[in-house]
Ligand binder design. Sequence first.
Ligand SMILES: Cc1cc2nc3c(=O)[nH]c(=O)nc-3n(C[C@H](O)[C@H](O)[C@H](O)COP(=O)(O)OP(=O)(O)OC[C@H]3O[C@@H](n4cnc5c(N)ncnc54)[C@H](O)[C@@H]3O)c2cc1C
Length: 544
Amino acid sequence: MKKVFIIGAGLSGLTAAAELLKAGHEVVMLDQEPRQAVGGQAFWSFGGLFLVDSTVQRKYKVKDSYELALNDWLGTARFDRLDDEDHWASAWAEAYVRFAAFDKEDYLKSMGIKLSPVLGWAERGGTRADGHGNSVPRFHITWGTGPGLVQPFADFVLNHKRFQLLERHQVTDIKIVGHQITAVSGNILVPSDVERGAPSSREVIGQFAFDVDTLIITTGGIGANHELIKQNWPARLGRAPEHMVQGVPDSTDGRMLQISEDAGVRLVNKDRMWHYTEGLKNHTPIWNNHGIRIIPGPSSMWFDAEGNRFDAPDYPGFDTLHTLESIMKTGYDYSWFVLTEDIMNKEFALSGSEQNPDLTNKDIRQIIRERLFSDGTGPVNKFKTDGEDFVRAANLSALVRGMNKLAGSELINYDKLRRQIEARDSQLDNPFSKDPQITAIHDTRHFLGDKLVRTAKPHKLLDGRPLIAVRLNIISRKTLGGIQTDLNSQVFHKDGRLINGLYAAGEVAGFGGGGVHGYGALEGTFLGGCIFSGLRAAAGINES
Ligand SMILES: Cc1cc2nc3c(=O)[nH]c(=O)nc-3n(C[C@H](O)[C@H](O)[C@H](O)COP(=O)(O)OP(=O)(O)OC[C@H]3O[C@@H](n4cnc5c(N)ncnc54)[C@H](O)[C@@H]3O)c2cc1C
C-alpha cells in the first residue's frame, strides 16, 4: 500500500482520493484554503454533466450515441497538434467520450450521486454537422447542483481513517530528481475562518516539506489570475480583455502550473481557454470581482457595444468561443442582450449552485413553481432589480437612453437599433423565416425540455411588452491546456519521458492529457473531466 500525496481538494483531488482509499492506500491532501472550502470550484458549479445516451435523455426521447458524441467532440476540439501537444489529449478525448457514454452514469450512481430531470442543450453550434456543438441536448444537472456532486466524495474521504487533510498548506515547490518525484514543500498559511469561497489571508506562519514518492497535482486552472490569462491569450481570439469579471474563486490562481514547469514538468496548449461572454457583476460578491454567468436560452438579440447585431453563430448558447472572438474584435470588452421581460423570465438561468437554490436544495415544488409557472427564478429576479448591468424600460427609446447612460457613452443609436429589431420582428409573421436565429428558436422548441422551461414562445420584441437590455461582461472560467499526461494521468517531463510517481488530474491537466477539449468545449465536460482524470490517476497508481 502506498502513501499518496495530493495537492488540491477540488473535485479531481477528491475523486482520486476516494478511489485510492477504496484500494487501501493512505492519502495526505494539501490545500492552501481552509477546510470549509473543500470541494474547490465544483461546489460553486451548476453541476452540469455531459452524458451520452443517458436514462434522462431516453426519457426525453433524445437519440444519442457514442459515435454522434465523438463526432461532436472532435468537431469542437479541432485537434491540430496531433504529433505533439494534442497527441495524448486526443486519445483522452476518445476515452472520455467512451466514459460518458458507457460508464459515467453507473459510476455516479455508485457514489450516491443522482441527476435531476432537467436536461439542457448547451453549445448548439450553429454552423455545420461536423463543426462545433452538441447535436442533441446533453447537459444534465446534478440533483443538488455542485454541492450534490461534491458532498458524496467529501463525506467519503474526510471521514476515512487513512485520510489526512492538511489545510492552509500552500505548495511552492515540487522536486523531481532524474525522472522520479521526490519532495513537496511550501508555506503554512495563517488559519482562516472566512466563509467558503471568500478570499483567505496569504500570511505565512511557517514552512513544510515532505519526502514523497507518489504525488498527484489537482490544483485547478488560471481563471482567477487575470495576468496569466492575458499572458496566454491567443491572438486568434482578438485582443485580451482589459476588463473581465472573475468567474472562479481567488484560489484558482494557476500558480502551481508555473511551479510544476519550473520543476521540469511539460505544459502544453497554454493558449487554449474557455471564458464566457455573458458575465454579470454579482450584486452580492463572495470572491473578488465576482461574476455570474447567464446561461441563456436562444431568443435574446445580441448586439455589440455600438449596437450592431452579431451574425450566426453568435447567438445565445450557440458557440461561446466564436462569440468571444467576435466581441473582442469589436475593440470593446462588453456586448448587449436586448430582450423582453418574458424572454428573461423563461430563458435566463444563472450558473452557480447558490444561484439555483431550488435545484441545489432539491426542492421539487420550488422547481415546478419557479421554472414552469412563475415569472423567473428568485435569483434571476434579484439581478433584474439589483444587478448593475440591467436596464429596464417600457419602450425602446427609454431603453436606449438607459443603455447609453450605463455605458457612459452615446454608442447606441435609437434608429439603428430599432431598424434591426423591427427587421427581426418581421420574421415572426410566419412559422418559417430567413433569419437563422428565428429558425433556430423554432427548432429549439421541437425539444420538449427547451419548450417547457428554456425557450419563450416566439414573439416580437417591439409588441409593447416591457423591455430589458443587459450589459454582458467577459467572465473568466476554464483553462483548457495544462500538464501533459498519459492515459493514466501520469505526468510527462519536458524531455518527453514519464516522471515516476507524478500524476496530474482535473483542470490543471487540461481535464486530461493536457487538453482533452482541444480548442472548444461541449459544456458539462469539466466536472466529468475532473472525475475521469481523477479515476485514471488512481488507476495508474494502483497499476504501478
Ligand atoms: C461558478 C462555476 C460554475 C461551474 N459550472 C460547471 C458546470 O456546470 N459543469 C462543468 O462541467 N463545470 C463547471 N464548472 C467548472 C468546474 O467546476 C471546474 O473546472 C472544476 O471543479 C475544477 O476542479 P479541479 O479539481 O480541477 O480544481 P479546483 O476545484 O480549482 O480545486 C483546486 C484546489 O487546489 C488548491 N490549490 C491551488 N493551488 C494550490 C497550491 N499551490 N497549494 C495548495 N493548494 C492549492 C485550491 O485551493 C483548490 O482548493 C464551474 C465552475 C464554476 C466556478
